[in-house]
Write a new protein. Structure first.
Length: 282
């Protein structure tokens, strides 16, 4: 059965082609003040543009722009505020880097629509359409790639007591069901994200990483976002600021188990990990 699965994914990003026959890096650009690692660093225009330029020069294929934090217990931000942040910052980014592929990291339909109108070419939705259902209509209308993420609960509740009877099967069933619904809406460029840290314990996260290849049967590219997360810094008893080495170690494991996109804060190190992984493969 695996021999019938697609491995050379090609995504249509608003007229631009993103070839995933080899793994690529999605750089994280948080333009909000409260993300768990870099919140507040890139809220000023000059710092934001410099960071985007750095990530692109280091080999980022996509830059994921987030105006609202979705970390556990993140403060809620109004739609009006998120719209204002995206309009101002994304306009500057696309004006400065018109050939880059920018993704809008949002669960709100109106924010996704605004981002695509400005020129973004990707939607990264941590809610899988559960928190604002019309976001799927936006993805269908604009025919852009859509990142489908598994999350148990909301940022305010997801880490209170994550529980699964069968972790792999439940997440597989969730994603498979959502993929069928998305395809019925005419959305075909679907990327799956198992949602590391979104309603999972540390043990859950490592089981998902070990069994990442099981999800290749979904026949969608797999995005892995483990960068500096608690699954790294908690077992090592360090801070997120000290978790780059652990992030790179897990990136290699993710690549070996079938990851197509690494979503991370440091692009250079992730690109180097991909290059060394490719040498191993060859």
């Amino acid at each position: 059965m695996n021999s019938l699965l697609t491995t050379n994914f090609v995504l249509n990003c608003g007229g631009q082609v993103l070839d995933l026959s080899q793994p690529v890096v999605m750089g994280i650009l948080n333009i909000n003040p409260d993300s768990f690692f870099d919140g507040g660093r890139y809220t000023q225009d000059e710092a934001m543009l410099a960071q985007a330029e750095k990530m692109l020069s280091e080999g980022a294929a996509i830059i994921d722009v987030g105006a609202v934090s979705t970390k556990p217990n993140a403060p809620q931000v109004s739609e009006r505020e998120e719209l204002a942040r995206i309009e101002q910052k994304l306009t500057l980014l696309i004006k400065k880097f018109p050939q880059a592929i920018f993704s809008v990291d949002t669960y709100r339909a109106n924010v996704a629509k605004l981002g695509l109108e400005i020129g973004a070419k990707f939607i990264n939705d941590v809610s899988a359409g559960n928190w604002d259902a019309p976001i799927w209509d936006v993805a269908a209308e604009y025919k852009v790639p859509y990142v489908l993420t598994h999350a148990q609960g909301t940022p305010q509740t997801m880490q209170q007591n994550p529980h699964y009877e069968n972790l792999i099967l439940e997440i597989y069933d969730f994603l498979n069901h959502k993929i069928q619904l998305l395809r019925e809406k005419g959305i075909y460029d679907i990327i799956v994200d198992l949602g590391f840290g979104f309603g999972k314990t540390v043990a859950h996260n490592y089981q998902l990483l070990r069994q990442l290849s099981d999800f290749k049967i979904l026949n969608c590219p797999i995005l892995v976002g483990v960068s500096r997360k608690s699954m790294i810094y908690k077992p090592l008893n360090i801070s997120p600021e000290q978790a780059l080495n652990g992030t790179t170690a897990l990136h290699i494991v993710a690549l070996q188990n079938g990851a197509n996109i690494l979503r991370c804060h440091e692009v250079k190190e992730a690109v180097e990990a991909i290059k060394l992984y490719q040498l191993l493969q060859n």
